[in-house]
Design a protein around this ligand. Structure first.
Ligand code: SAH
Length: 267
C-alpha cells in the first residue's frame, strides 16, 4: 500500500449483505466518494442510497478489469475520490490484487477498508463458534476449482485430513464432488455440515445436515450459488446441541493479562 499521499481509491468491504453490517469507516467513505464502483452481483444495492448528490454510481458485474481500472484512473485524474466496493471482506476471493497492480502502475494511491466476510455472516446465522475448544481451533478457508484453479497441494481430500472446521466459498454448485472429497479425506459421514445461502440478506436460507446427507438436502433447497459450505464438529455446538467444553478464557480458575485467577471457582 502506498501511504505518502492520501489514498484516491478505497477498496471497501461491504459485508455479507445487510446494510447495517457496513463498517462506520466504509459508510463515511461511501458518503464522501465521487465515484462508487460496486460489485452488483453480491453487494447490497442499498449502499447506493449513501451516495452524495451528484456522485456517479456504477455496477461492475458486467465490466472487465481494464474497464473498471480505466474508470478509476480517469476519476482520480480529475481529482475525484473513488470507492471500489466488494462483497464481504475484499481480501477473500475479492480479485483486488490485479486492480491494485494496475492502479500502482498508473501511479494511483489506494487503501483497503476491511469488511465482515460472508463467512462470519454465516457463522452468526448458524449461531456457532467456528473455533470450539477441544473440538477444533483451526478454520480452513478454501474453495473448489472453477474457472480459477486451486493449487494441487490444496486439494480438498488433503485439506480434509486435518478434520478442522472447514469453510468453502464458491463451491456449492459442486456439492456432490465436495462431499465425496471430504469423505475421502477423512470427515465422518455424520460430521455436522451446513450450507448458508445469502447470509444476512432477507432471503437467507440455511440447510443443515450430516455431511453425507448434505448433497440431497442442498438439491432439495434449490441452492446453486451465493452460498457457503461449512463443515466440522464445531458446528454441532449450535443451539439445542450437547454443550461443548467451555473456553478457558472465561474459566474463573484461569487467569490472564486482564484478570487474576480465582482459585476454588470452577466454570
Ligand atoms: N469477499 C467475499 C467473498 C467473495 S467470493 C466475502 O468475504 O464474503 C463470492 C462467494 O462468497 C460466493 O460465491 C459465496 O460463496 C460467498 N458469499 C458472498 N456473500 C455471501 C452471503 N451473503 N452468504 C453466503 N455466501 C456468500
Amino acid at each position: 500500500m502506498e501511504t505518502e499521499r492520501q489514498p484516491a481509491v478505497y477498496f471497501i468491504g461491504a459485508g455479507p449483505g445487510a446494510l447495517d453490517l457496513l463498517t462506520l469507516r466504509a459508510e463515511r467513505l461511501l458518503r464522501r466518494a465521487d465515484l462508487i464502483l460496486y460489485a452488483d452481483s453480491l453487494v447490497n444495492p442499498e449502499i447506493t442510497t449513501l451516495a452524495k448528490p451528484g456522485a456517479k454510481v456504477i455496477g461492475t458485474a458486467s465490466l472487465a478489469l481494464d474497464e473498471i481500472v480505466g474508470l478509476m484512473v480517469e476519476a482520480v485524474g480529475a481529482g475525484r475520490l473513488v470507492a471500489r466496493v466488494h462483497s464481504g471482506d475484499p481480501s477473500l476471493y475479492g480479485a483486488i490484487r490485479e486492480q491494485m497492480v494496475a492502479l500502482r502502475a498508473a501511479g494511483v494511491t489506494y487503501a483497503v477498508v476491511p469488511g465482515v466476510s460472508s463467512l462470519f455472516g454465516a457463522a452468526a446465522a448458524l449461531g456457532v463458534e467456528l473455533t470450539c475448544p477441544e473440538v477444533s481451533q483451526t478454520v480452513i478457508i478454501s474453495r473448489v476449482a472453477g474457472r480459477t484453479p486451486v493449487p494441487e497441494r490444496e486439494d480438498l481430500p488433503a485439506l480434509a485430513t486435518h478434520g478442522t472446521t472447514l469453510v468453502l466459498f464458491l463451491s456449492v454448485a459442486q456439492i456432490d464432488e465436495v462431499v465425496s472429497q471430504l469423505r475421502e479425506g477423512g470427515y465422518a459421514a455424520d460430521t455436522p455440515a451446513a450450507v448458508v445461502y445469502r447470509a444476512t440478506w432477507p432471503d437467507q436460507q440455511i440447510v443443515q445436515a450430516e455431511l453425507s446427507a448434505l448433497p440431497t438436502a442442498v438439491r432439495a433447497s434449490g441452492i446453486t450459488h451465493q452460498a457457503l459450505i461449512l463443515v466440522g464438529d464445531a458446528l454441532q455446538a449450535g443451539p439445542g446441541s450437547v454443550p461443548q467444553p467451555a473456553s478457558r478464557l472465561y474459566d474463573p480458575s484461569f487467569g490472564h493479562g486482564w484478570r487474576a485467577p480465582r482459585p476454588g471457582r470452577r466454570a
